[in-house]
Design a protein around this ligand. Structure first.
Ligand SMILES: [Fe+2]
Length: 356
């Protein structure tokens, strides 16, 4: 076959792919806000962040300011954070009598104590129905004991929010991660399966990670989450961009807040068990931060990766197609997770992502 010229490179490939416009078009972005983020359940924060009456967290869902608050010491409600409330802080304690506030948003506490909120005034699915079994693989690990947030940080990245989903969905970029290369690239790793669930969700089956290959003291077996064999690594990718990542002794959640076609806020939380001793908690924090902390060997590499990907697809760059045509019996490098996600995405905004 002769080498490709420029025209060949721009031709639409005859394999499964999506247009780069999905990542940089303002009209598409506005549709995503209205037709996806205004409709779905959003895992906005965690119950351990609001144990006492009046404790709150604020966020932004589909460009609307939202607050979740412990209204009476036992129950969490969510509201639009405007007019009567209008709190301009990320967290704190508030003494407003919420019983008199009209129209609370639909809110549920589910899946390891996450607080789920939807702006949809008439949701057709409960959180359980929405997540459709995607959490089953880690349910016994995150729902047996109460969890507690021990780590929070956020990043505003100049890229499209879907690239954060993508980096959590495709695993061939794992070759970029030194930590993953030395601890994980064994036969079991390459046999991991991507398992698709209704509503665009996917989870990734586990395997035994050799943590001591990175750090002789790094074995995580002793502090494994409940009902979890030692040194496992499960991932749950929820449509449209929420990731739950359980590495043996530490659990992480990512929540995206799209700010524009080329801007996303990502919030990262790390969790341990509420019953942890001080020593256990310190070990979990070390395990968490070794990979996912600001000086860890994994998370910031992903942030750099998606920033670079975003640069190549900004407004003004030439349109191209991103291939998702890899089929390998749903094993770790099969792009079934990407195809599943973009198929659901296309339904929500009534657009074929290939022809966008
Ligand atoms: Fe990664």
């Amino acid at each position: 076959m002769p080498p490709r010229n420029h025209k060949n490179w721009l031709a639409k490939p005859k394999v499964q792919a999506i247009s780069s416009k999905c990542y940089n078009n303002q009209v598409i972005f506005d549709m995503e806000i209205e037709q996806i983020f205004s409709k779905v359940w959003i895992p906005m924060c965690h119950i351990s962040e609001m144990r006492n009456k009046g404790d709150f967290r604020t966020t932004q869902i589909a460009n609307k300011r939202v607050i979740a608050i412990n209204v009476d010491g036992n129950n969490v409600q969510a509201y639009y954070n405007t007019n009567d409330i209008d709190i301009r802080k990320p967290s704190g304690t508030y003494t407003w009598d919420f019983a008199t506030t009209e129209k609370p948003l639909h809110c549920e506490v589910k899946h390891g104590g996450m607080i789920w909120v939807t702006l949809d005034p008439n949701p057709t699915k409960s959180v359980e129905e929405w997540t459709a079994g995607a959490f089953d693989c880690i349910a016994d690990a995150i729902d047996t004991e109460e969890l507690e947030v021990f780590h929070y940080h956020k990043a505003v990245i100049p890229t499209n929010y879907k690239l954060w989903h993508d980096t959590n969905s495709e695993f061939y970029h794992d070759f970029m991660h030194y930590f993953n290369r030395v601890t994980g690239f064994n036969d079991e790793y390459f046999a991991r399966k991507n398992i698709a669930f209704d509503n665009g969700h996917v989870n990734v089956s586990s395997f035994t990670v050799n943590y001591t290959e990175f750090d002789k003291e790094g074995d995580r077996g002793e502090l494994s989450f409940p009902n979890l064999p030692p040194n496992q690594w499960y991932m749950v990718d929820l449509f449209p961009g929420f990731n739950f990542n359980l590495r043996g002794s530490a659990y992480r959640s990512d929540a995206v807040t799209p700010l524009g076609p080329n801007s996303v806020l990502i919030e990262f939380r790390g969790y341990g068990l509420k019953k942890d001793t001080l020593e256990e908690r310190q070990t979990r924090i070390k395990h968490h931060n070794t990979i996912w902390g600001p000086f860890g060997r994994n998370l910031h590499e992903d942030l750099i990766g998606v920033t670079g990907q975003g640069v190549t697809m900004r407004v003004g760059t030439e349109d191209r197609h991103i291939l998702h045509g890899r089929h390998e019996n749903h094993t770790i490098h099969d792009e079934v997770g990407m195809r599943h996600y973009y198929s659901e995405w296309g339904k929500y905004i009534d657009m074929d992502p290939y022809h966008a």
